[in-house]
Design a protein around this ligand. Structure first.
Ligand SMILES: [Mg+2]
Length: 354
């Protein structure tokens, strides 16, 4: 039953944004800290992006308005998020993981899955310990690693072992492990699906596993089959090797708020130039172009456009970004704009896959 399921090592960085800040502001280590969307001078206006564990003890969590966080703890340390820095740290970590020579799928800025099929359980644990110590030494950051037969179960193990943990789910223990996890921890069960399942009187992974799969397929389509398989300990999805860089973006705060795309043009041209420089340096082609604005009330909107073919044309970015920013500005004036390209592939120096 397990032969089609890859043996997977899943790395999830602990409270990544805040941890990156602790690593370069040693004086903040061990103190409650949040990283948020608003600049320090207007910190009561934005939202929390990441809270470290000391801040979480006060009930502070990501997505919470800053004003609420400061309500919960007045002496809270606050920093404006510096996504360029976090992306740079992330690239270093992903590069380190790829040096293992094994296929690595970069899932997000702070998560990655590695295919370790062929390793024994003890070898996997040794490798995980080495990765944890290399990341700590190289970046001053802790991570949690989950290991299991299947990407989904390795991720669930890392969720369970947070922070700074290591957990291996042995093949013979997978059923019991699943029983010990709450239903919303199963990958694919988001808030909506969770509510739907509850209406169907399914509140645990065990109940989901025992359900007639046809009923689940009726309710959720192919996602229903997936849920049934996962609940029964089957995950055949492959680790898909990709670039350690998922996207390249730049954003800038404007001297004064803009209401039209014409006013934003100098900034957009400059940001596009910066993005293209990074694209060229890495030898990338991209397929997706994204626009972002932060309005004067600190809310954020994004839009993106998918091209039919990969490109590295600056003109193409400008051509697509202008109507997207124009449309976003219809909702109000912006004080920050951003340009991003994603769905990247390498044009040169690409490692062979086989
Ligand atoms: Mg994380």
């Amino acid at each position: 039953m397990y032969e089609n399921m890859p043996f997977v090592l899943y790395v999830d960085m602990d409270y990544f944004y805040a941890a990156c800040e602790e690593a370069r502001h040693k004086e903040l280590k061990g103190k409650p800290l949040v990283v948020g969307t608003a600049p320090e001078s207007e910190k009561l206006r934005g939202v929390v992006q990441t809270a470290n564990y000391e801040a979480r003890k006060y009930g502070i969590h990501s997505g919470m308005p800053n004003i609420k966080a400061f309500d919960l703890y007045k002496e809270l340390n606050y920093l404006h998020s510096d996504e360029e820095h976090y992306e740079e740290v992330s690239r270093g970590i992903m590069k380190l993981l790829k040096e293992s020579g094994r296929p690595v799928e970069v899932i997000s800025v702070d998560e990655a899955a590695m295919d370790i099929t062929g390793l024994s359980e003890n070898e996997a644990l040794e490798l995980a310990k080495r990765i944890k110590s290399d990341i700590l030494k190289g970046f001053g950051l802790t991570c949690t690693i989950g290991i299991g037969n299947g990407k989904a179960f390795a991720k669930m193990a890392s969720d369970k072992a947070k922070p700074d943990g290591l957990m291996l789910v042995r093949a013979q223990d997978l059923k019991n492990f699943l029983k010990s996890c709450s239903l919303e921890k199963l990958p694919g069960v988001g808030a909506k699906t969770f509510e739907r399942l509850k209406e169907m009187h399914i509140e645990t992974i065990e109940q989901l596993a025992a359900k007639d799969p046809m009923v689940l397929i009726d309710a959720f389509g192919s996602a229903g089959k997936e849920l049934y398989m996962l609940a029964n300990g089957i995950d055949e999805s492959k680790v898909v090797e990709n670039s350690e860089i998922l996207s390249i973006g730049r954003e800038t705060t404007l001297k004064s708020p803009v209401s039209t795309v014409e006013e934003a043009m100098p900034a957009l041209r400059d940001l596009t130039k910066q993005v293209m420089k990074e694209v060229e340096k890495n030898g990338f082609l991209f397929k997706n172009i994204g626009a972002k604005v932060r309005y004067t009330d600190f809310s954020i909107s994004v839009k993106s456009y998918s091209l039919h073919n990969y490109t590295n044309s600056e003109d193409e970015v400008i051509k697509r970004i202008v109507p997207m920013i124009a449309s976003l500005l219809k909702n109000g004036p912006a004080r920050k704009v951003g340009v991003r390209v994603s769905h990247l592939i390498k044009t040169k120096g690409q490692k062979k896959l086989f």
